[in-house]
Design a binder for this molecule. Structure first.
Ligand code: BMA
Length: 343
């Protein structure tokens, strides 16, 4: 007799056995080293947005010295991209930004708000990574606004509208080698506070070591849909996967649902092999208004950029339907599926 567990039977019913809900584009990777018109080491995590009818990726390019800069890639269809001949943003050389960007600028997340495009990114220096904010109206000129956290803090993603009259962001302060997703607030985009933890690592899951926001949240009628990354440390090094959660529209530190299983896990060769193996890491997703399909852009193995798609509804269902989420919720209702971790 074959015994099927609750989780297995639910997975079979939903048709999720052995598959990621994100469908990889057959033409992946969409941007690789050979597509970069200037000398560099790798290209990976990219912010994504639609602008003047085009798809834009603000791609992280690691130069041959090992410092990251940003370049712009344009596309008419969201799949075939051309990278501009020169970088659009490089680490500042002077002043306060120069001091804190000496090791590079990384992982840009783009949030359109009131006709301006905000770019939250990681400023890297030997003092440690901290969050910085810049803005642009045209993706040619970028104006730095402020350094907006102390080190060690990464994975900043600005919400696309104010909540309760305040700007809101996700961030990820580190606690040793672990870290959870927090929500912080600001009146002016410069001074941030009121921080509260929103989602924590889950010790018996794929996101047990640390988690961080990936794409800026997408507003839905059910709440803020957040695609986040989770890390599991293994004997062979970390595995980075992507997951999804639904947070309250008015109180975004409240989690209403969190999928137990990842929406994307490294499986393809280009996700498994590269500078950092076994990594899928997203900084941007675009919701197609007409088809309600999400195009999620992600860095693979810190070596190239890929795209995957899923219906918005399928991602929303994932937040609520997983047996594991229900189990975690039962075990710790206050934390909405998250459990305390000592790692
Ligand atoms: C994180 C960030 C990402 C990177 C990932 C895997 O800490 O630095 O940019 O993709 O590690 O190396």
């Amino acid at each position: 007799m074959t015994v099927i567990s609750g989780a297995q039977s639910l997975a079979r019913k939903s048709g999720f056995v052995g598959r990621d809900v994100i469908h990889r584009w057959e033409g992946n990777p969409i941007v690789s080293l050979q597509d970069i018109p200037f000398g560099c080491n790798t290209v990976f995590n990219a912010g994504a947005v639609k602008f003047n009818g085009q798809y834009l990726l603000l791609v992280r390019v690691e130069d041959q010295c090992g410092r990251s800069i940003f370049a712009l890639a344009r596309s008419e269809d969201g799949y075939h991209f051309v990278v501009e001949p020169e970088p659009v943003m490089t680490p500042a050389e002077k002043g306060v930004f120069g001091k804190y960007e000496e090791c590079g600028i990384e992982d840009p997340r783009i949030t359109p708000m009131d006709g301006t495009f905000y770019v939250m990114y990681t400023a890297y220096s030997h003092y440690g990574p901290r969050l910085a904010l810049a803005k642009t109206d045209d993706f040619q000129d970028f104006e730095r606004i402020a350094l907006i956290s102390e080190p060690v803090n990464k994975d900043g993603a600005l919400f696309p509208r104010k909540i309760g009259g305040r700007y809101v962001r996700f961030d990820r302060p580190s606690v040793g080698s672990t870290g959870h997703i927090w929500v912080s607030y600001s009146d002016d985009l410069i001074n941030w506070g009121g921080s509260e933890v929103a989602m924590t690592t889950r010790p018996d899951h794929w996101d047990c070591s640390r988690i961080g926001a990936s794409a800026p949240p997408i507003e839905t009628e059910h709440g803020w849909l957040e695609i986040y990354h989770g890390v599991k440390e293994t004997a062979a090094g970390p595995i980075y996967r992507l997951g999804v959660a639904m947070l309250d529209l008015e109180e975004p530190a409240k989690v209403h649902g969190r999928a137990a299983i990842p929406i994307l896990t490294p499986r393809e060769y280009y996700e498994r092999v590269g500078d950092i193996p076994n990594v899928v890491f997203s900084c941007g997703a675009i919701l197609e208004e007409r088809t309600q399909e999400v195009k999620m852009y992600y860095g693979a193995a810190d070596t190239c950029i890929c795209v995957g798609t899923a219906k918005l509804d399928a991602l929303i269902e994932r937040c609520f339907e997983q047996e594991g989420s229900e189990r975690a919720e039962r075990e710790n209702p206050a934390n909405n599926g998250a459990m305390c971790s000592a790692t």
